[in-house]
Design a protein around this ligand. Structure first.
Ligand code: C2E
Ligand code: MG
Ligand code: MG
Length: 469
C-alpha cells in the first residue's frame, strides 16, 4: 500500500528528480515482492497452457502424502496419437490442441477444492484430486474421456482426439510422490494397450505387462533386421463354387525362442511407434513380390487378387500413397491385382478421403475389413471410394443352423445397393457358405475352404482344380 501511495504522489512533471527516484526505489521494494510472486508462479507453471508444471505437481503431491490421513486420486492423462496430429497439422495446431485440452481439463479440475492440474511434458497431463474417493475418481475419468473426445477445431479441420488415463488411488500406504506418478503412468500405458481412449486403475500386475511390452518392442526391431517375419496366405473364394479369387496376406512372426507369435499380439505394439511403417512396407512389398512370382510360375491368371492389411497408422502417413506406388513400381505387380484392406473406423475418418482417392488413383482396389465392428455412417460409406466390404466373422458366426440372420442379410443388401462387392470372413461350415451364397454374397474366406498357409502351399492350392471345401 505504502509504495503505491508514494508512486502516485511522484511528480510526473519532473521525471528524473529526487521525488521520482524515491518513488521508484520504494516501488521496487514493494513491487519486487509482487514480481517475485509472479516469477514463482511462472516457474511453477507450464508456459504454453498456464497450468501447473511437473515441479509444482510434485510439491503438491508431497504435501498431500505428508499430511495426516493422506487420501487422493492421481490421474495421468496422455492424448492418443498426438504425435500424428503434430505431423499432420503442424506444431502450431499441435500447441493449439494442448491448450484446448488444458482448458477442458481445467473445467473439471475447478469442480474440486485444492485440485492440481499440471502438464507433465509433451501431451501428458496430471490431475491430483486431494480427498477424492474412488467413486468420484471413476466419475471424473469417464467425464474427462467424454469431454476430451469432443471435436477440436484446428484451422479448417475438426479433429477428434482420444485420451488414455491412468488412475492411482493414494492412501496412507503410499508415501512417495515419484512412485505415485510412476504407478499412474503405468496404468496410463495399460489404458493405451487396452485400445486407447479409456481409463485404467493401477494394479501391481501392470508392471510385468509393461516390461513384457517393452521387451516385445525391442524384439520387433530385431525381427525386421533378422528376417523373422513371414507371410502366410489364406484363399479367398467365390461362394457360388465357381472358383478362386485370390489370397489375403497375413503376417506371421517366428520368434526365435517363443515360436509363433500371432499378429494380434505384436501389431498393436508395433503400432505405437514408427516400426509399423517399416513392417507395413515389408508386408506390401513381400505380398507384391509373391504375386509376381506366382504369375511367372503359373501364368498371369493364376490369381486374380492379393489382399493386404493396412494398419490405421500407415494410412495416416501423408506419404503412404507414394510408398504404395513405389512398391508397385519396384515389384512390377499389376496394381489392379492388389486390394488394400483398411479398417472401418480409419476409412470413416474425415481426413482419410484424400488418401483413399490417392490410392485409388494408383489403380489399387480398396476393401473395408472387419465391417460391422466399427462405427459407420451410412452417408459417409456411400461417399467412400471403396470397392468391397468384408463382413466381420462375428456376424458369420451368428448365422443360425436354421432360420434367418437378418443382420447379415441387411448388410449384404446395403453393400449391393451401394455397388460394393461383399466378402464374408470366417466361414467355417457348409451351412454358412450356403446361406451367404443364397443372399448373393459373392466372395468368402474361412477355415471351411482353407486355413492360412505358407507361400509354397499356395502353389499346390492354385494348381489343384475346383474350390476346396
Ligand atoms: P483379418 O484381416 O480380419 O484376417 C483374418 C483373420 O481371421 C486371420 O487371423 C485368419 O487366420 C482368421 N480366420 C480366417 N478364417 C477364419 C475362420 O474360418 N475362423 C476363424 N476363427 N478365424 C479365421 P490372423 O492371421 O491371426 O490375423 C489377425 C488380424 O491381424 C487380421 O485380421 C488383421 O487385422 C491383422 N493382420 C494380419 N496380418 C497383417 C498385416 O500384414 N498388416 C496388418 N496391418 N494387419 C495384419
Ligand atoms: Mg484382413
Ligand atoms: Mg477381417
Amino acid at each position: 500500500m505504502r509504495e503505491r501511495a508514494l508512486m502516485s504522489t511522484a511528480p510526473d512533471f519532473f521525471p528524473y528528480g529526487e521525488g521520482r527516484l524515491a518513488a521508484l526505489l520504494a516501488a521496487t521494494v514493494g513491487e519486487r515482492r509482487l514480481l517475485e510472486r509472479r516469477l514463482r508462479e511462472l516457474e511453477s507453471s507450464d508456459p504454453l497452457t498456464g497450468v501447473a508444471n511437473r515441479a509444482q505437481l510434485q510439491a503438491r503431491l508431497t504435501e498431500v502424502l505428508e499430511g495426516e490421513d493422506p487420501r487422493a486420486a492421481l490421474l495421468v492423462l496422455d492424448l492418443d496419437d498426438f504425435k500424428l496430429v503434430n505431423e499432420l497439422y503442424g506444431h502450431t495446431h499441435g500447441d493449439g490442441l494442448l491448450v484446448e485440452a488444458a482448458r477442458r481439463l481445467e473445467i473439471v479440475a475447478t469442480q474440486f477444492d485444492d485440485a492440481c492440474l499440471a502438464r507433465l511434458g509433451g501431451d501428458e497431463f496430471a490431475l491430483l484430486l486431494p480427498d477424492a474417493t474412488y467413486q468420484e475418481a471413476r466419475w471424473v475419468c469417464a467425464g474427462l474421456l467424454n469431454r476430451l473426445r469432443q471435436p477440436v477445431r484446428l484451422g479448417l479441420a475438426e479433429i477428434e482426439v482420444g485420451t488414455s488415463i491412468g488412475l492411482v488411488m493414494l492412501d496412507g500406504g503410499r508415501g512417495d510422490p515419484d512412485a505415485a506418478l510412476r504407478d499412474a503412468d503405468i496404468a496410463m500405458y495399460a489404458a493405451k494397450a487396452a485400445g486407447k481412449n479409456c481409463w485404467r486403475l493401477y494394479e501391481p500386475a501392470m508392471h510385468e505387462d509393461l516390461v513384457a511390452r517393452l521387451t516385445l518392442e525391442g524384439e520387433l526391431a530385431v525381427a525386421l533386421e533378422q528376417d523373422q517375419f513371414e507371410l502366410h496366405f489364406q484363399p479367398l473364394v467365390r461362394l457360388d463354387g465357381s472358383g478362386r479369387l485370390g489370397v489375403e496376406a497375413l503376417l506371421r512372426w517366428q520368434h526365435p525362442t517363443r515360436g509363433y507369435v500371432p499378429p494380434d499380439t505384436f501389431l498393436p505394439v508395433a503400432e505405437r511407434g514408427p516400426l509399423i511403417h517399416r513392417i507395413g512396407a515389408w508386408v506390401l512389398r513381400q505380398a507384391c513380390r509373391q504375386v509376381v512370382a506366382w504369375s511367372e510360375r503359373l501364368g498371369p491368371d493364376a490369381l486374380e487378387e492379393v489382399a493386404v492389411n493396412i494398419s490405421p497408422r500407415q494410412l495416416l502417413d501423408p506419404h503412404f500413397a507414394e510408398r504404395v506406388g513405389e512398391a508397385m513400381a519396384g515389384t512390377g505387380v499389376d496394381p489392379a491385382r492388389v486390394v488394400l484392406e483398411i479398417t472401418e473406423s480409419t476409412a470413416m475418418a474425415p481426413n482419410s478421403l484424400e488418401q483413399l482417392l490417392a490410392l485409388r488413383a494408383l489403380g489399387v482396389r480398396l476393401a473395408i475389413d472387419d465391417f460391422g465392428t466399427g462405427h459407420s455412417s451410412l452417408g459417409r460409406l456411400a461417399a467412400l471410394p471403396v470397392d468391397a466390404l468384408k463382413i466381420d466373422r462375428s456376424f458369420v458366426r451368428a448365422i443360425p443352423e436354421s432360420g434367418d440372420a437378418p443382420l447379415i442379410r441387411a448388410m449384404v443388401a446395403m453393400a449391393h445397393s451401394l455397388g460394393l462387392a461383399v466378402v464374408a470372413e470366417g466361414i467355417e461350415t457348409e451351412r454358412q457358405r450356403q446361406y451367404l451364397a443364397d443372399l448373393g454374397c459373392e466372395h468368402g474366406q474361412g477355415f471351411l475352404f482353407s486355413r492360412p498357409m505358407a507361400a509354397e502351399a499356395v502353389v499346390a492350392f492354385l494348381t489343384a482344380g475346383g474350390v476346396p471345401h
